[in-house]
Design a protein around this ligand. Structure first.
Ligand SMILES: CC(C)(COP(=O)(O)OP(=O)(O)OC[C@H]1O[C@@H](n2cnc3c(N)ncnc32)[C@H](O)[C@@H]1OP(=O)(O)O)[C@@H](O)C(=O)NCCC(=O)NCCS
Length: 114
């Protein structure tokens, strides 16, 4: 949406969770948003989804509001999580640091933004 990158779905197959794949997907999505000139990234997450919330908090997303009865399966509310300005020096430097740490921990991966 215009200058706002909306992350709709992030998912990793069960057998591959906990191995840095979700984090790599988020790094790629944020890189993509930065390259496209977006000013912030936003998403919705279930309050009960501790794993996803922990991942998003690590990458600078913070709680900005709620959407009532957002999920159609159980009518659970959604928390809206949004970054600060993703083109800012602070955000870019934090993202670069996280990306380097991810590479040290899990090995290098080519991120293709095509
Ligand atoms: C959420 C999801 C995408 C995370 O992907 P993943 O590959 O398992 O996560 P990673 O191995 O990359 O871990 C990245 C971070 O996620 C969080 N995390 C991962 N596993 C966790 C666990 N078991 N408990 C708590 N936090 C966890 C941590 O913040 C972790 O960073 P850290 O290792 O420095 O602590 C994945 O669990 C998933 O597909 N879940 C089901 C679908 C879903 O809920 N999608 C999100 C919808 S908003």
């Amino acid at each position: 949406m215009t200058d706002e990158a909306h992350i709709v779905t992030v998912g990793v197959a069960n057998d591959y969770r906990g191995k840095g794949v979700g984090e790599l997907l988020l790094i790629a999505a944020l890189n993509h948003a930065i390259c496209r000139g977006s000013s912030l990234a936003t998403l919705e997450v279930r309050p009960s989804n501790i794993v996803a919330r922990s991942l998003y908090l690590k990458y600078g997303f913070t709680d900005r509001g709620m959407r009532k009865n957002y999920y159609s399966d159980n009518r659970e509310d959604a928390i809206i999580m949004t970054t600060d300005h993703i083109q800012s020096r602070e955000f870019l430097s934090q993202l670069n640091e996280l990306r380097k740490n991810h590479e040290l921990r899990w090995g290098s991966a080519e991120i293709n933004l095509e």
